[in-house]
Design a protein around this ligand. Structure first.
Ligand SMILES: [Fe+2]
Length: 374
């Protein structure tokens, strides 16, 4: 039976933090978790400090999160929160930072060992407020948390309804300073989330609504993304689209694109959004063989046809790394071990996966029609 559970309070629009301060009144003392730059550069940290001070809330700042922050550091952060009687957590940043804030909030509320978090049966979490400074991750509206384990190539996720953020503030001003390349990569990532949710065995009428709207919003920004002239209005749409993509994925999980793209990121260090985007059109084409109507829904929501969608990805987030068939063989083995077929439907075989990788990354002579590849 379709169900929908999304307990996160979403607040959006310019100055939404200052206009809606009451959600920060979650206790006497909070911990702000962020990286070294984006929270300051975007202006989000100043706005939050102002609101906390105006409301007499004490805060501590942990601004050491980087792409290499792993489970040990996050565990230590959680313990520090417990020792310092922190009542709630504010995460400011992209997906890695928001996930670190969410995981540390679990460690702060539960006396568990680091890897116990993956049992997903912890009793509670401190409330987390998310303030994204990128428009892609969707972590601000999901129950998922991804953490790095012992090295950058080894990341593992867990999920719990306790990990839905308490509130998320979406202010596009905080994404204005993002470089265009990051803006494009994160937009393509958000597009993948929404498409993988819509083309998914777990999709329902509820997840479809938010997934299609996310695709539509990103499609409406496509010309400006390609031209490198992203307006304030576009930034607002992209931020809403990313959170909507998260809401959709929270109910369906992802599909094979992320599982397959993950191999490119691990093996060739292709950024997350670009790696997934490279595979997206071939995945839609494969899904079209099994459910043409839903594949057409996705493409029309984006406002184009399959060749135009491919042109958008090729221009906005091209994969230029040299990929060989030998690489593909290795990735198939690994992604099968990662459970690539979950949520796929149809009969997704090893050969299908090989063809998606091959056509997306090696075969430059691909011919296509309006809705399907020949
Ligand atoms: Fe993603």
């Amino acid at each position: 039976m379709p169900k929908y559970f999304m307990p996160t309070m979403l607040l959006s629009g310019k100055n939404c933090i200052k206009r809606h301060p009451r959600h920060f009144r979650q206790g006497k003392k909070c911990m702000i978790v962020t990286g070294r730059q984006s929270a300051v550069k975007s202006g989000a940290l100043t706005d939050i400090k102002d609101v906390l001070e105006e409301n007499g809330i004490e805060y501590e700042l942990y601004d050491h999160i980087t792409g290499e922050t792993g489970i040990s550091e996050i565990y230590a952060l959680g313990k520090m929160m417990r020792a310092n009687y922190i009542d709630y957590v504010i995460g400011i940043g992209g997906g890695t930072t928001l996930d670190a804030a969410k995981a540390a909030a679990v460690y702060a509320a539960n006396d568990i060992k680091p890897m116990d978090i993956y049992d997903e049966d912890f009793a509670n979490s401190l409330p987390v407020i998310c303030v994204p400074t990128t428009a892609g991750t969707g972590s601000d509206t999901t129950q998922y948390v991804m953490m790095m384990l012992d090295d950058v190539h080894n990341r593992k996720s867990f999920k719990s309804d306790k990990c839905f953020p308490y509130a998320t503030y979406l202010d596009s001003r905080y994404t204005m300073t993002l470089p265009i390349e990051v803006t494009r990569n994160t937009a393509v990532d958000a597009l993948c989330h929404a498409v993988e949710s819509y083309l998914n065995t777990q999709a329902s009428a509820f997840s479809d609504v938010v997934a299609l709207e996310a695709i539509r919003l990103i499609g409406s920004c496509a010309p400006h993304l390609i031209a490198g002239k992203v307006t304030e209005d576009d930034r607002e749409k992209l931020l809403v689209a990313a959170s909507s993509g998260g809401m959709a994925v929270a109910h369906t999980g992802l599909n094979v694109v992320h599982a397959m793209g993950h191999q490119l990121t691990c093996d060739k260090q292709v950024p997350h959004g670009r790696a997934n985007g490279a595979l997206l059109v071939e995945f839609i084409a494969w899904m079209a063989k099994h459910d043409i109507m839903r594949a057409v829904d996705v493409i029309t929501a984006f406002g184009s046809d399959l060749p135009s969608l491919k042109r958008f990805i090729d221009r906005a987030a091209p994969v230029t790394e040299e990929i060989t068939e030998k690489d593909i063989d290795k990735w198939i083995e690994q992604s099968i071990a990662d459970g690539v077929k979950e949520n796929c439907g149809g009969t997704f075989t090893r050969e299908d996966e090989r063809l998606i990788y091959y056509n997306a990354l090696v075969n430059k002579e691909r011919k296509f029609t309006k809705w399907q590849y020949n």
